[in-house]
Design a protein around this ligand. Structure first.
Ligand code: 4NP
Length: 170
């Protein structure tokens, strides 16, 4: 392959982002929906692939939690088309960023992930600038305010992540 065509291929390479939580019905699909809106607003939909998955199999094929969907819809994020899936080993080679919502998710991912791809695993809130916490708390067993808090944190980190990816890809 000539230098020129290799350069073109590198330029065209998509950045792939996978958001992960426990069940894939609350936090990670919220991150997927919010980040997709930010990416589309930036006109980068062709360049960034986005997905989410759970470390466990409780909710495979299920739509996001109704409380999650209701809170997200109030802010303009339609999550109704999303369906739960479980993390697969092939995700670790496919996705450039595999972003965990909390330390327990991170430990589960570290156990599953091949050694050579461990560097792709990060806590999502590393990219937040308005929140000092490093975990998105699990809202599943709490009240409505927990879902608002998830959205606040996710919106913050999604903006930071997009900024970072734009800088990293020049
Ligand atoms: P998520 O929340 O990991 O943010 O999707 C949860 C969803 C379901 C359960 C726990 C957390 N569950 O125990 O079924």
């Amino acid at each position: 392959m000539s230098f020129c065509s290799l350069f073109e291929v590198l330029q065209l390479k998509k950045t792939r982002v996978l958001f992960c939580c426990l069940g894939n019905i609350c936090r990670s699909p919220t991150a997927e929906a919010v980040f997709r809106v930010r990416v589309e607003e930036a006109g980068l939909g062709q360049h960034i692939e986005i997905d989410s998955a759970g470390t466990h199999d409780f909710h495979i094929g299920k739509p996001p939690d109704t409380r999650t969907q209701r809170a997200a819809m109030k802010r303009g994020y339609d999550m109704s088309g999303l369906r739960g899936r479980q993390v697969e080993i092939s995700d670790f080679s496919r996705f450039d960023y595999v972003l965990a919502m909390d330390h327990a998710n991170m430990e589960n991912l570290q156990r599953l992930c091949p050694q050579k791809e461990q560097g792709r695993l990060e806590l999502f809130l590393k990219y937040a600038s308005r929140h000092g916490e490093r975990e998105v708390p699990d809202p599943y067993y709490g009240g409505e305010e927990g879902f608002e808090r998830v959205l606040d944190m996710v919106e913050d980190a999604a903006e930071g992540l997009l900024r970072y990816i734009r800088q990293a890809s020049g």
